[in-house]
Write a protein that binds this ligand. Structure first.
Ligand SMILES: *Cc1c(COP(=O)(O)O)cnc(C)c1O
Length: 390
């Protein structure tokens, strides 16, 4: 079937599925073998070669979702990120990275790259000009994230791709926060798209996985490094991930809708001081987000009004769980200053606009009124405590 002609939910449900020819079962059969008979000199099937039947089938689905020629599935988002970066960088090279990045990526670069002799520069801001200003003669890769954690900063994807093409530099984007449902960066000229599939692709907080999608040529290069680094995913988890992605389209649309409504609700709330969501017309990246996203995503962040205790508020929630990860079908909240950005010096956090009371909110698929009821009861609880303490 022509992938361009079929809808997103059909790609999610059917593309790349394995047919159960033997019993005509509805789902893809699961092949757990780590040993396969030789099929010819060129084909050696082995999970760490990323070419088992289930790995190949799911790769096809992910490639179709990202409008890419080819894709690979990894054991974690960080396995995908480290493998992709190391496939295009060697000693003496330089990489330009966006200032606001996932903490694990920041740690990979700042803790490991010096040992490999790979230079790096973090941009001053998130405008294309900030990226161009950081480019050197030996820059081989530009790496960025949009929307980024935790202020949902938006970067102009086509703008970055244009600058990179002008200088002959490979572009890589972490597309985790948007998911391929909301954003397909290859359509805007990006070379390599990376996911923590632990998030929206898995969507149920029970799978750790990663994915990379790109041209067949780039994926060949990434594959050669990947089979040495060994970051493949077990076939059982590949199979679980395939099942999860079948519902990704409808899950993410429900999450988009809840996040959009929640952003509007919190913006109009007298106990809320600030809301960060790219779908809000007042968000600095709104116009660019509108031009490059199909939906604004299920993540937002906000600050409570003066005198309201952010950590007490999170503890008082009953339905919405304070939790470390994101993008599951259950709504969760976290404090970036205590989790994802805990290692960043307080001064640097302040400079980036990450207030100590900032709350990151990952919207699930619950009924909206149950989420607002929970927020209202938590606000009443902390206000009652404040009065009692006086
Ligand atoms: C979680 C996350 C990662 C890392 O993925 P793991 O699956 O935990 O290795 C990378 N980028 C973003 C944006 C993430 O949210």
């Amino acid at each position: 079937m022509d992938q361009d002609k079929i809808g997103l939910n059909t790609v999610c449900t059917h593309t790349g599925e394995l047919k159960d020819e033997l019993y005509k079962g509805a789902t893809s059969p699961l092949y757990m073998s780590t040993s396969y008979a030789f099929e010819g000199v060129d084909i050696k099937r082995y999970p760490r070669y990323f070419n088992t039947p289930n790995q190949l089938a799911l790769s096809e689905k992910i490639a179709a979702l990202e409008h890419a020629e080819s894709a690979m599935i990894f054991g974690s988002g960080m396995a995908a990120i480290s493998t992709a970066l190391l496939a295009f960088l060697e000693a003496g090279d330089h990489v330009v990275l966006q200032k606001m990045l996932y903490g694990g990526t920041y740690a990979l670069v700042t803790e490991q790259f010096d040992r490999f002799g790979i230079g790096y520069t973090f941009t001053e801001g998130s405008e294309p000009a900030d990226f161009e200003a950081a480019i050197r003669d030996n820059t081989r890769v530009i790496y960025f994230e949009t929307p980024s954690n935790p202020l949902l900063t938006i970067t102009d994807i086509a703008g970055i791709a244009g600058i990179a093409k002008k200088h002959g530099i490979v572009t890589m984007i972490d597309n985790t926060f948007a998911s391929p449902v909301n954003q397909t960066p290859i359509d805007f000229g990006i070379d390599v798209v990376i996911h923590s599939a632990t998030k929206y692709m898995g969507g149920h907080s029970d799978i750790l996985a990663g994915a990379v999608a790109s041209s067949a040529e780039a994926m060949e290069r990434i594959f050669k490094v990947a089979r040495s680094l060994g970051g493949s995913l077990s076939d059982y988890t590949v199979w679980m991930l395939e099942r999860s992605i079948k519902t990704m389209g409808i899950r993410v649309k429900a999450q988009n809708e809840n996040a959009g409504k929640m952003a509007a609700y919190l913006s109009g709330h007298s106990d809320v001081a600030a809301v960060f969501y790219p779908g809000l017309p007042g968000h600095p990246g709104h116009e660019i987000a509108k031009s490059q996203m199909k939906g604004y995503g299920g993540m937002l962040s906000f600050e409570l009004g003066p005198g309201l205790d952010a950590s007490g508020f999170q503890k008082a929630l009953r339905l919405i769980k304070p939790s470390m990860s994101l993008a599951g079908i259950e709504s969760t909240v976290s404090s970036p200053c205590k989790t994802s950005h805990a290692l960043m010096p307080a001064e640097e956090r302040k400079e980036q606009g990450i207030a100590d009371g900032l709350i990151r909110f990952s919207l699930g698929i619950e009924d909206f009124q149950d989420l607002t009821k929970d927020i209202e009861q938590a606000l009443r609880t902390i206000k009652g405590k404040a009065v009692a303490a006086r």
